[in-house]
Design a protein around this ligand. Sequence first.
Ligand code: COI
Length: 355
Amino acid sequence: SSLQQVSKPLASCSVDGENEYANLDWDNLGFGITPADFMYSMKCSKGGSFEQGQLSRYGNVELSPSAGVLNYGQGLYEGTKAYRKEDGRLLLFRPDQNAIRMKMGADRLCMPCPSIDQFVDAVKGVALANKRWVPPPGKGTLYIRPLLMGSGPVLGLAPAPEYTFLVYASPVGNYFKEGLAPLNLYIEEEFHRASRGGAGGVKSITNYAPVMKAIGRAKSRGFSDVLYLDSVNKKYLEEVSSCNIFLVKGNVISTPAASGTILQGVTRRSVIEIARDHGYQVEERAIPVEELMDADEVFCTGTAVGVAPVGNITYQNRRVEYQMRAESVSQELYSTLEGIKTGIIEDKKGWILEI
Ligand code: COI
């Protein structure tokens, strides 16, 4: 099985004199790259299937200058996290959902894709091989980044003749430099994140470089991130560069419907389910930007971001501030989700993979 392919090289990949923890300042993790010891890679040639994946030391990869991913952006990425429980075991949160999303993206970008089992086994293998890089409970997580790319050479615009699936990892803390403080968002009107019929609904690498300009501009004005509007009507909420968005009004929680231009976040889907379990009415629909003006609460969700409250949003030189309530909906959903992910709350949904 592919699990054996992961675990065999694993034995030969132990670090000499291994300590329980890598030598790192665990109290000051941000969201930067601190490469863990090992990465996983597996190749597939055109018409073939992915096989013989293996772990190796983290390091540079060699690519042809005419690789499909470098020339035509034929690439996808995923993000998932490993948590360390108090008893030392590692927990993964719904890695099968990332595998399924990668399959959808691979179909959209004309790439072959590892099977769900291959994907999950690779993520498990990377988490276990890098266990000393998984932060102590409460200090952060090991962020695991699977990549799928056209690595073979092409010149004409066409799918690449060879594909590489890579998984690497880095310990991380909070995504935003604000830490857990409420975010201040800027609504962008010139740039859009995705267009109808494009690839906004899948985790194509091509969705990310084009928003850097908007993020840079917003950050230079003191904002945390950018909230985008739909590119057709310039009126409906889409998402933030790095996460999905939710609004709360009374007992109703709303989020933009994932109808093609919205990334189908694993955290988004999980939060919707938890909110419904907690008795909220959740609506996935088109949300006009004006609704932000009288929302009780706004929050963002994402693997990297978690569940982050929004403190204010600026739109057309108007700023709406949200009052931070002691018992906010986002706090309630965040603590339930974090509780499940860290093994403090019993997982009744089969979301947790203990490894
Ligand atoms: C994630 O939340 O895992 C993402 O992929 C967002 C990325 C911008 C860090």
